[in-house]
Ligand binder design. Structure first.
Ligand SMILES: NC(=O)C1=CN([C@@H]2O[C@H](COP(=O)(O)OP(=O)(O)OC[C@H]3O[C@@H](n4cnc5c(N)ncnc54)[C@H](OP(=O)(O)O)[C@@H]3O)[C@@H](O)[C@H]2O)[C@@H](O)CC1
Ligand SMILES: Nc1ncnc2c1ncn2[C@@H]1O[C@H](COP(=O)(O)OP(=O)(O)O)[C@@H](O)[C@H]1O
Length: 264
């Protein structure tokens, strides 16, 4: 079973999924580059990015096929939203807040990361959140380690009615109803900055590509599981022979990981 889409004669760029992305900031522009790169490399048809000009310029330098919008442009049509990577809620301006709330309230599927996690309670559509351990602690109101990440993820999934991807080693994917899987990546070389931003982009591509025919419920947890698997497989390829990897190395291996999965 795979959520990866292979285009056919009847497909076009829009039918392959339109992902709306609101990520990056003046402080963390690179997170937008990484997420957008990962979405393209996973096989999405169309990526639309809302971001400050500097972030747009950096994304376009790497991925000129991305369609960029100013923060005050109306949202238009997207199949799914990717929100929050490379943002800090404490530094959020009113335009960004309005855009995030509009996306979360739109009813479209949302992937919510990092600096948008504090707004997730306003979500109207099927939603996945991707907290790392520190972000999960914040959502749980915990101040001290150790704690049970799997149990914490299950509590938050039920409370928020959202799929939780609790990143780490292992990564726990928990559906709101409690169904859970734990996934070990092929390599611990993932312990490097920006690899979570890449995961969010992979997930965005899978959800946007699949939203037309499967929006909600268990499907979303299954998409999240496949995204974590693909991410771990691409990492294994990038880290062949134990070599160090950067987040972009990982993103560059995504097409090979996709092809490998489709050939099985
Ligand atoms: N190139 C770019 O643009 C990049 C941009 N990025 C963006 O940067 C933003 C900030 O994200 P962030 O993760 O660096 O810090 P933040 O969310 O403030 O949390 C830190 C607190 O959580 C805790 N903590 C516990 N476990 C942890 C874990 N596994 N990983 C990290 N922290 C963990 C830790 O506690 P400690 O372990 O120190 O006790 C600390 O208290 C975010 O928008 C992200 O998308 C990054 O993706 C990098 C590349
Ligand atoms: N030791 C490890 N072994 C395997 N995977 C890891 C390890 N440390 C981190 N990861 C994975 O790397 C990614 C890091 O994401 P995150 O903490 O959000 O970093 P960033 O915000 O810098 O992108 C997650 O997918 C996480 O599961």
């Amino acid at each position: 079973m795979t959520w990866l889409r292979v285009p056919g004669a009847d497909d076009d760029k829009r039918s392959m999924g339109v992902l709306g992305v609101v990520t990056g900031s003046e402080r963390y522009p690179g997170a937008a580059v990484l997420g957008v790169e990962a979405a393209w490399r996973t096989g999405i048809g169309y990526v639309r990015l809302w971001a400050p000009r500097r972030v747009q310029d950096l994304v376009l330098a790497r991925r000129p096929e991305t369609v960029c919008h100013a923060m005050d442009e109306t949202s238009g049509s997207v199949d799914a939203w990717l929100l929050g990577s490379g943002q800090d809620a404490r530094e959020r301006d009113p335009a960004l807040r309005a855009l995030l709330l509009e996306a979360l309230g739109s009813g479209a599927p949302c992937i919510v990361d990092a600096g948008a996690l504090d707004l997730v309670r306003g979500h109207a559509g099927p939603t996945v959140i991707t907290p790392h351990e520190g972000e999960l602690m914040r959502l749980l109101g915990l101040r001290q380690r150790p704690f049970d990440r799997a149990a914490g993820a299950a509590r938050i999934a039920a409370e928020l009615d959202a799929v939780v991807v609790a990143k780490g080693a292992p990564t726990h994917v928990v559906a709101p109803g409690g169904a859970a899987v734990s996934l070990e990546a092929r390599t611990h070389r993932l312990a490097t900055a920006g690899t979570g931003d890449v995961l969010a982009g992979v997930l965005g591509a899978l959800v946007a590509g699949s939203a037309a025919f499967a929006a909600a419920g268990d499907s979303l947890a299954s998409m999240a599981t496949e995204a974590v698997e693909l991410h771990g497989e691409a990492a294994g390829m990038a880290a062949a022979d134990g070599r160090p990897i950067t987040a972009l190395d990982l993103a560059e291996q995504l097409p090979a990981a996709v092809a490998d999965r489709l050939s099985r």
